[in-house]
Design a protein around this ligand. Structure first.
Ligand code: C2E
Ligand code: MG
Ligand code: MG
Length: 750
């Protein structure tokens, strides 16, 4: 082997492995004739020395003779490649053998030359091509290596679809991502498509077609692909189609990345953007969106009826404040579940915030569907709920709007449903209220009412009216119920139904309630002082849920009694059955404290609060006041009559007295008498009376002679009681003083 020692930088170093020195010299001569390329030619004359020289990697190019003793240049080429040689090799033979060129190429040779048949320019071009090809192959190799590393790093799977053969190559990583082993996935593109989620398939195919037809520069699609475990994984599939020279699509190749985690996070984010975190129900944004869609949906066969129900939980704040926020939260979750169960899957129930829920009913037949659902919701919500040893009974006020109306925006529908709900809340005992345009002003009034209420106590605008409670058998006055009214400077006399709920929610009920308690005690003490036998009368005062939850309630009651020198047994505190049933165990405690003062306790509005018999036995109460809704219907509905009968019987068994509220007709009174109900209260006997009128009534009751004084009209704006049948003559069944009052009231009617 010979070599030249010094080589300029641009010189190409070539090694020739050739067992015939003449051929080497010939090649040398031809190379020296080359004009634009400077070559330094080294020479090895055996297979082995050639292989060793190649292994050193000192040359840019190799000329290998085909005949090398017992072995040949092709074997040398193969062994060199096996050692990692990537430099270009040009194979040379003595004579052109058929098929040799192809075999040389397959073995990795850059070119193939027949000795004596090439000129210097041919060799020069051949060397340049070989070097250029080697450079291209090297950069391709590097690029492939980079790509493979990038794919491994990105954890992507690869696919390559031969569009001509319709065969799909899938990388092992691709298969592994979907839980498959190498041989478990076939080569058909159809098999690939069959793994795509049916709901995503059509869109995927359309996007694929768009790219193959050249309408999109890249293919990129997110879809769910079936995993071996039977679940779907979200995959981002990317690809690019490759064309031949005529522009025909030859193949399409790309990658697949698992984006399940990202998708789940997105779904979670999307869910929390449109759902209430506490109850999981849709939130306001989603509700408004669905309502907007329902409003614009084109009517099909049926007219496009929808309805919105606006629900507000009554006295929720009281539960929250007295039992704590965790209980309040659990209560809201239970209510949300109940609503979910009542509704159809096509309806939407949402939590707007706080204790407000909304319901969207779609495709309904009309208002009756909405109102019967409102009725059902009311009943389901009223069922007792047990949370952490508390039996909570709650109720809702429901405002209803039935579409289609001339609404343009969902906000308008919600505003009106809200107004109807407010109206419902202010009407004592009302379960739902359908929106009527006249309501809108009412709702606005209520807002300013709340503000003015704050100043009502200081401005002395509150008054107490007194409604007599009579013994059913003798119809003599036994006591009074103190009922608050608001003598508003511009609106006139406002009844509690219009402001008590607002006062309860804002907390104003506390000062109002204390004032009523003291005022009622003062009045009773004054009557006892001025009228003989008035000291046997008792006074009922209503205690609101919030007052009932006050820690210093007992002290307040004690102070009021002491300050007016009243015996405790003259005072009767009325607490509604639903208030005590909100937390029966806690209630027993409070009731016992009050009871230990010596005051009487009465369960007001009894029959709608779901008391259980066991609790009833444990509450230290002395009286049940049957809710007036039962009295109202007892002569028309046997069910209500039976209920009244059972309550009276139950009270008797438990040693309790019964007061029937809202007695309006002689028929009701007679039936109550037959049932042996103890006391009655109602318009039949008297409406609640202003203090002076109550005093006059007492004068007549307790001093049987005529006083001759003009009688004051009863409170405004209530109309005086007229017996059924249009007759304004007093009921002959009434004792004398009552008949006189009835005449006087009828005479002073507006
Ligand atoms: P309540 O304690 O059940 O009072 C009885 C209500 O029934 C009174 O309504 C009374 O006017 C009405 N009523 C009496 N007889 C009849 C009748 O024959 N027919 C009809 N339809 N109604 C009759 P009012 O005065 O409007 O009070 C409504 C509610 O407001 C009361 O129901 C009570 O829960 C509450 N309330 C009134 N005053 C106070 C108060 O000082 N404090 C508290 N916390 N609540 C009060
Ligand atoms: Mg009452
Ligand atoms: Mg009542």
């Amino acid at each position: 082997m010979s070599s030249r020692s010094v080589t300029p930088a641009s010189t190409i170093r070539v090694l020739m492995v050739e067992d015939d020195e003449d051929d080497y010299i010939l090649a040398q001569d031809t190379l020296s004739d080359m004009t634009s390329v400077c070559v330094q030619l080294d020479w090895c004359d055996t297979f082995e020395s050639g292989l060793q020289a190649i292994a050193r990697g000192e040359h840019d190019l190799y000329f290998l003779d085909y005949r090398l003793g017992a072995q040949n240049g092709l074997d040398l080429l193969r062994q060199a490649a096996a050692q990692g040689c990537t430099r270009p090799v040009i194979l040379m033979t003595g004579q052109d053998q058929g098929g040799m060129d192809l075999e040389a190429m397959r073995a990795g040779a850059a070119d193939y030359l027949v000795k004596g048949q090439f000129t210097a320019p041919m060799l020069e071009r051949c060397i340049r091509y070989a070097l250029e090809r080697a450079r291209t192959l090297e950069s391709l190799r590097l690029s492939e290596e980079r790509y493979a590393r990038a794919c491994a790093g990105a954890n992507d799977g690869l696919w390559d679809w031969d569009l001509q053969q319709n065969v799909l190559y899938l990388s092992s990583r691709w298969k592994e991502m979907l839980g498959f082993r190498e041989a478990e996935v076939g080569e058909l593109p159809e098999e690939w498509l069959s793994r795509i989620h049916p709901a995503d398939l059509r869109a995927f195919q359309m996007a694929l077609a768009a790219h193959l037809e050249g309408r999109t520069p890249h293919f990129e699609w997110e879809c769910r692909v079936l995993h071996r475990d039977g679940d779907y994984r979200w995959m981002l599939i990317r690809g690019l189609a490759v064309c031949d020279l005529e522009g025909r699509r030859q193949r399409m190749a790309g990658s697949q990345s698992d984006i399940t985690a990202r998708k789940r996070a997105e779904e979670q984010l999307l869910h929390s953007a449109f759902h209430d975190t506490l109850t999981g129900l849709p939130n306001r944004a989603l509700f408004m969106d669905r309502l907007g869609r329902a409003m614009t949906r084109r009517p099909g066969y049926h007219p496009n009826h929808y309805a919105v129900l606006f629900l507000d939980v009554n006295r929720f704040k009281v539960v929250n404040d007295s039992l704590g926020h965790p209980v309040g939260d659990q209560l809201l979750c239970v209510l949300a579940d109940r609503l979910r169960q009542i509704l159809r899957s096509c309806d939407t129930v949402a939590r707007l915030g706080g204790d407000e829920f909304t319901v969207l009913l779609e495709d309904i037949n009309g208002a009756e569907d909405a109102t019967s659902l409102a009725e059902r919701i009311y009943q389901e919500i009223a069922l007792p709920i047990r949370i952490e040893n508390h039996d909570i009974v709650t109720s809702v006020s429901i405002g209803v709007v039935v579409g289609p109306c001339a609404y343009e925006r969902p906000e308008e529908v919600l505003r009106d449903a809200d107004a109807a709900m407010y109206r419902c809340k202010s009407q004592y005992g009302l379960r739902y209220q359908i929106f009527d345009p006249a309501l809108q002003t009412g709702a606005l009034d209520l807002l300013s009412l709340e503000n003015e209420l704050r100043r009502a106590v200081e401005r002395n605008e509150l008054v107490v009216h007194y409604q007599p409670v009579v013994r059913v058998d003798t119809q003599h006055v036994s006591g009074f119920e103190a009922l608050v009214r608001w003598q508003h400077p511009t609106r006139g006399l406002i009844l509690p139904g219009e402001f008590i709920q607002a006062a309860e929610e804002t907390g104003q009920i506390v000062p109002i309630g204390h004032w009523v308690l003291r005022e009622a005690c003062r009045q009773l003490q004054e009557w006892g002082r001025d009228l003989p036998e008035a000291d046997r009368l008792w006074m009922s005062v209503n205690i609101s849920p919030r007052q009932f939850g006050l820690r210093n309630l007992v002290q307040h009651v004690q102070d009021a009694l002491q300050d007016h020198g009243l015996a405790a047994n003259r005072l009767r505190l009325e607490i509604t059955e639903s208030t005590v049933m909100q937390d029966p165990e806690g209630s027993i405690n409070t009731l016992e404290h009050l009871h230990s003062l010596g005051v009487n306790l009465s369960l007001d509005d009894f029959g709608i609060g779901h008391s259980s018999l066991s609790y009833l036995q444990r509450f230290p109460v002395s009286t049940l006041k049957i809710d007036r809704s039962f009295i109202h219907r007892m002569c028309e509905r046997t069910k209500d009559l039976e209920l009244v009968r059972v309550i009276v019987l139950l009270a008797r068994t438990l040693g309790l007295r019964v007061v029937a509220e809202g007695v309006e007709t002689a028929d009701q009174r007679d039936r109550l008498n037959t049932l042996q109900c103890d006391f009655a209260q109602g318009f039949l006997f008297s409406r609640p009376l202003a203090p002076e009128a109550a005093t006059q009534l007492l004068c007549r009751e307790l001093l049987p002679q005529e006083t001759g004084e003009p009688r004051r009209r009863e409170e405004q704006p209530a109309a005086p009681y007229r017996p059924p049948g249009g007759s304004s003559s007093p009921d002959p069944g009434l004792p004398l003083p009552w008949r006189r009052v009835a005449v006087s009231l009828a005479g002073s009617a507006p």
